[in-house]
Design a protein around this ligand. Sequence first.
Ligand code: SF4
Length: 341
Amino acid sequence: MSGYADPVGRADDLRAEVTRRLDELVDGLGEDAAPGKIYVGWFDAADVAGCPTRFRAAGTEGWDFPGWSPQTAGGTVGRAALARYLDRNVTPAAAAPGADPALPHPLDAVKQWMREARGTPTSSIAEWVTKLWRFGERADLAATAALATRWVAGFVRVLGWPLPEGLALVVDDPGSPSARRGTPPWRPRLAARRVPVTIGSKPDAVIGTVAPSGGFDVVFHRPNSGDELALTERAAFEATAAALAIGIVPRDVVLTTADTGEKLRFPVRDDLLDCGVRLAVDVVRQRLRASEPLAPGVAEHDDAVPSAACRYCPERATCPPGLAWLDRPGRWHNGLPVLAG
Ligand code: SF4
């Protein structure tokens, strides 16, 4: 059961609120500003929450999808390979009557998908894998297969086997009975039309039927626990972005982590949605600020948030707050701690 009596009405309210807040932001934009298309996804929201100054400085190269690489393709290939394995071995039409479905061998499932994708590429990820194969990019193929294998193994480990009833993987490939296509991102109809904004959420899987009752969960699988922001913020952003895109508030957001075996469930309530709205709107705010000259009296680094990330930040040579943080005693420089003077 959804936490809301009317999950569709709540999603409508959410859309109206986000539209109003974005209109307010765009109203204050100078005539000459040209922010271009603004896509708001989790990585953008996490970047802004981590350090707004760094996010603005990243520019188009940092904001746009960087293209397929083993790192960006591992999860997508893993989902597609697992979906094909389920189609062939686990769906009622494929499984032997009365038999328990056999646990997939992750590397075999990935290799099988890659072989078949090369024959009939029907998605952008399959086309990319085919191109690697044609040009003999063996190292990238091997790295992609390794990351995809790790994704499949981790997903099955944390979600359990057989996978939860009603689970559908989200894939680009059409026609898989074990999967569904991702929901297109939401495009608010702003009063000031010159800023095209889209807000999207890309779950790895959905559990339950996506219906107006809201009785479905969105699942996000992470191979590493990493150093993401608080997981509540991840859940908040994904709950909000999914509700905006689908037009129905999901019941729960489920976050899993392969290396720690975590499986955390976040019921979607107002506090989570409020936090998600703030994160999404902040991305647009920063993109608009980056599109205009600085207002008089405003310093470029006035909202910098120094942290351990300063060590790897491209701005670190020119960012006073970052430099001050790095120069404090106890920080590390070139592999050695900076000693107190
Ligand atoms: S150096 Fe640190 S504080 Fe400065 S922009 Fe980079 S991450 Fe932010």
